[in-house]
Design a protein around this ligand. Structure first.
Ligand SMILES: NCc1[nH]cc(CCC(=O)O)c1CC(=O)O
Length: 315
């Protein structure tokens, strides 16, 4: 029996599924999951696409769901588990339309729908305005070309996988989203054959980093309403995780990097989250949770503060 890989039908999702299929070789088959009316009604917006694949897994229609790891929520449904991840692509955020953040004109419109990217671009350049640019990667690049914004923030990994790496004019030192650049495989907890297939194409560094970054998110109690970044990097026996928590308007943030042993990525995630919470990250998370404006301009200027954090670090 071939391994059935479930994927969404977007260009990025299909590119990721084809990549996984090529790693698995002959025994993989791609099953494109299209949204059925009945199922869709039961689902909430943000997690819709991940949930759709999870329902197909639970129904036995597919054996492995192929996801962008950063879109996978912290909590998985009973009976499902993450089984592995192939080697990570570039985890960084890319700037399209300008050679650097410094080069953006005064008051430039920067397109993103990510609170995390908004928080970090506004922390670096408080004069710019964040505009919500939605749609798939090609749609967003077209909106940039059409002049709807001066520049666009996108994941370098998504651009690469779509053959559009040329559109990245700079790679930023923002803290990436947890799991950014990682493709992860989800399966049924009792499916040994699927687990073995996922294990065979798993890259230890990507998988270790993902465990650490996902632990940071759950320990922070972060949601999709809170700007949070976490990026773990292996260096021999050491694992370093860089964590960012901020307000969507860039007015205050905490960034801290913690180094630990590669042997316990979850423990490092717990330590890093505890440090960030102790440095004021917990307050930022509660304030951010209460802010609703997607462009991050819902707070008064008085709430703008200076950076805090154990390292007093900057973005
Ligand atoms: N939220 C959409 C999404 N999910 C994964 C990627 C890119 C691929 C990756 O990060 O692995 C993107 C596009 C983007 O953020 O620019």
């Amino acid at each position: 029996m071939p391994i059935r890989l479930g994927t969404r039908g977007s260009a990025l999702a299909l590119a990721q599924a084809r990549h996984v299929a090529s790693l698995l070789g002959d025994e993989a088959e791609i099953v494109e999951i299209t949204t059925t009316g009945d199922r869709q009604r039961a689902l909430v917006d943000k997690e819709k696409w991940v949930k759709e694949l999870e329902l197909a897994l639970l129904a036995g229609e597919i054996d492995l769901a192929v996801h962008s790891a950063k879109d996978v929520p912290g909590e998985l449904p009973d009976g499902l588990t993450l089984l592995g991840a192939p080697a990570r692509a570039d985890a960084r955020d890319a700037l399209c339309g300008a050679p650097s953040l410094e080069a953006l004109p005064e008051g430039a419109l920067v397109g993103t729908s990510s609170l995390r990217r908004a928080a970090q671009v506004l922390a670096a350049r408080e004069d710019v305005s964040v505009v919500e640019i939605r749609g798939n990667v090609d749609t967003r690049l077209r909106k940039l070309a059409d002049g709807e914004c001066h520049a666009l923030l996108l994941a370098a990994a998504g651009l690469e996988r779509l053959g559009r790496a040329d559109a990245a004019d700079a790679l930023l030192d923002f803290v990436p989203a947890p799991g950014q650049g990682v493709i992860t495989l989800e399966g049924r907890a009792d499916d040994e054959a699927a687990a073995a297939a996922a294990r065979a194409i798993t890259d230890a560094a990507a998988w270790t980093a993902l465990q650490c970054e996902r632990t940071v998110v759950t320990e922070l109690g972060a949601t999709c309403h809170t700007p949070v970044g976490a990026h773990a990097v292996l260096d021999g026996d050491a694992l370093t995780v860089d964590v960012f928590v901020g307000l969507p308007d860039g007015g205050a943030w905490v960034r801290d990097a913690v180094r630990g042993s590669v042997s316990d990525p979850q423990e490092l995630g717990r330590v890093a989250a505890a440090r960030v919470l102790a440095a004021g990250g917990g307050d930022l998370l509660s304030i951010a949770e209460g802010m609703t404006a997607p462009n991050g301009r819902s707070t008064s200027p008085e709430q703008r503060g200076s950076a805090v954090g154990p390292d007093g670090g900057g973005v």
